[in-house]
Design a binder for this molecule. Structure first.
Ligand SMILES: [Zn+2]
Length: 132
């Protein structure tokens, strides 16, 4: 991933954010996953009156990737208008770990961004190797 790749991913995440359905929180989020081959899959948060049925942008993008038959997920950009960068929530970290444990993540906010690795956000992750 070079900076040009990240810029394309950032733009895709913000474009996805524009489609978010967030009437309850007002917190619109977009996410864009990039495969090692350069394919970009996007998602946005989709809230629900039954709050627990809400899906985050990161998991929506993950579902889009799986549905498109994509694997080899290498990078994730998250877009919000929060004052500072927002890392993925705990459920999304766990979901992303399933298919992309080595994911590199950049979270873009209104005026700042931050980079994380999924491994740093979810140490000692639970995975299929723990299943007996
Ligand atoms: Zn989440």
């Amino acid at each position: 991933m070079n900076e040009s790749d990240w810029e394309a991913l950032r733009k895709a995440a913000f474009a996805a954010r524009a489609k978010a359905y967030a009437p309850y929180s007002g917190f619109a989020v977009g996410a864009a996953l990039r495969t090692e081959a350069g394919v970009i899959l996007v998602g946005c948060n989709v809230e629900n009156a039954s709050y627990g049925a809400t899906i985050c942008a990161e998991r929506a993008a993950l579902a889009a990737a799986v549905c498109a038959g994509e694997r080899g997920l290498a990078a994730l950009a998250i877009a919000s208008d929060a004052p500072g960068p927002t890392p993925p929530c705990g459920i999304c970290r766990q979901s992303l770990h399933e298919l992309a444990p080595d994911l590199v993540i950049r979270s873009y906010a209104a005026a700042d961004w931050a980079e994380y690795t999924l491994a740093s956000l979810l140490p000692h992750a639970f995975g299929s190797d723990q299943l007996v």
